[in-house]
Ligand binder design. Structure first.
Ligand SMILES: Cc1cc2nc3c(=O)[nH]c(=O)nc-3n(C[C@H](O)[C@H](O)[C@H](O)COP(=O)(O)OP(=O)(O)OC[C@H]3O[C@@H](n4cnc5c(N)ncnc54)[C@H](O)[C@@H]3O)c2cc1C
Length: 404
């Protein structure tokens, strides 16, 4: 039997985990190549700290090339531009790559077109990529240096799913305002598509709404919920119902979509450019094409007055990557893929930072119905997030993807 080749597109949470797990799972008896448009691993959860200067790029990134080399995985730093699932070939900026098994782990793009006034040259910042977060930091420094800074709006648009990051940035902003002596001068407003506080895009957790309510009250933060946004003018957010909120600084999280390279392949993609998958993480259309992490489509299991997305966080991205890798290893050995793990059944594990405080979020399943769900508030959450950041970057840099 000729050696099989697994091609992985994307080298962050999901791609790095899938590539190394399949290589280790087959004890090296497989060729694995990763093609990624970034040669950095980026620990996205720490982007919330970049605008305040608490983290710089090198604190939360590392070069993936040496990690892959150490584990005998080929790495190509290039963008994948076209996927032909019939010919089993991917075009990249560095030439074509053939495969026996493909793993799409190309993550997310900001959908700034959700409302006018977002994105580059727009009127509100965002923090969902390193470049966005650095730009949000330039805006933050201008804001706190002003004699009359104005108010702050932090929010998530209709269709957004990354509510955790919006909450973390909200509470970190409140903490930074206190440190700058501006807390009494600046009104802080949270604007969200969520039907209630602490919905998080996962339907909420027991006591979550009251806990978040207490946090907001303590920090004197005003909330506008269950609302769509219409557009952002310079210094003014206009809601869909015509209400307006003026600001001197705004950070708004948009919805995410998949990458163009996926969207172009109608046979595998949904309307948002995510790959439609089974619970084996094989695509619905092709047994040898997998998708994991943010690139894998998840259906929103409820309808809300204002549309909300689902947060596709790091823990499920790793779990999906492990499931796909086990199934690819089975296929390489001539067996049927036997590992199943539906997104909704993966446990929810998250730490929400609030500057010098925070909340640990644990639930037996990402999506309801659930048996258990708990939110544990307290300063230990902040310490945990700091420790987790160091541990996770160490784990990924050394390719220890089997560790929790
Ligand atoms: C601000 C923020 C805070 C977050 N906080 C948390 C948190 O606290 N906890 C948590 O669990 N999750 C958090 N998340 C979610 C977490 O970032 C995602 O779950 C994780 O990034 C998913 O990993 P991924 O590998 O699927 O996608 P990504 O991290 O998006 O990686 C995709 C990779 O694919 C590459 N790529 C893209 N297009 C192409 C192409 N055409 N060709 C080749 N390569 C390509 C990219 O360069 C990138 O390396 C947060 C997200 C954000 C934005």
């Amino acid at each position: 039997m000729s050696r099989k080749k697994v091609l992985v597109l994307g080298g962050n949470f999901a791609g790095l985990t899938a590539a190394l797990t399949v290589k280790h799972g087959l004890h090296g008896d497989v060729d694995v190549t990763v093609v990624s448009s970034s040669d950095d691993f980026l620990f996205t959860p720490s982007l919330i700290w970049v605008p305040f200067g608490k983290r710089i790029r090198r604190d939360i990134t590392f070069k993936v090339g040496p990690t892959f080399e150490e584990h005998q995985v080929d790495f190509v730093h290039a963008e994948a531009t076209a996927i032909d699932p019939v010919a089993r070939r991917v075009e990249t900026a560095a030439g074509p790559q053939d495969y026996n098994y493909l793993v799409v782990a190309t993550g997310y793009r900001n959908r700034f077109d959700v409302i006018p006034g977002l994105g580059q040259g727009g009127n509100a910042h965002t923090i969902t990529t390193m470049e966005d977060a650095l730009h949000a930091g330039e805006g933050w420094r201008r804001f706190i240096d002003r004699d009359e800074p104005g108010d702050i709006v932090i929010g998530a648009t209709q269709g957004a799913g990354c509510f955790g990051a919006a909450y973390e940035f909200l509470f970190n902003t409140s903490y930074q305002l206190k440190k700058a002596g501006l807390k009494d001068k600046v009104k802080l407003t949270y604007v969200s598509a969520e039907p209630f506080l602490g919905h998080f895009g996962i339907g909420g957790l027991p006591h979550g709404e009251s806990l978040l309510g207490m946090f907001l009250k303590k920090e004197k933060i005003h909330a506008v919920l269950d609302t769509a946004m219409d557009h952002v003018d310079e210094g003014r957010l206009v809601l869909a119902d015509g209400r307006t909120i003026d600001f001197g600084y705004a950070m708004i999280v948009p919805p995410f979509s998949g990458q163009e390279v996926v969207r172009k392949v109608e046979a595998i993609s949904d309307d948002n450019g995510f790959v439609k998958v089974r619970d084996t993480y094989q695509s619905e259309a092709y047994d040898d094409l997998y998708a994991v992490g943010v690139a894998a489509a998840v259906e929103v299991p409820w309808t809300t007055a204002t549309p909300v997305g689902i947060p596709k966080t790091g823990f499920p991205s790793e779990q999906q990557a492990h499931t796909a890798a086990v199934n690819i290893a089975a296929q390489v050995r001539g067996e049927e893929p036997a590992a199943h793990k539906a997104f909704g059944d993966i446990p929810a594990v998250c730490v929400m930072d609030a500057g010098n405080n925070g909340v640990i979020i644990l639930a037996d399943k990402m999506l309801p119905p659930r048996k258990h769900g708990v939110l544990i508030p307290g300063p230990q959450s902040h310490v945990m997030k700091l420790g987790f950041e160091r541990y996770f970057l160490w784990k990924m840099k050394h390719g220890q993807v089997r560790l929790p």
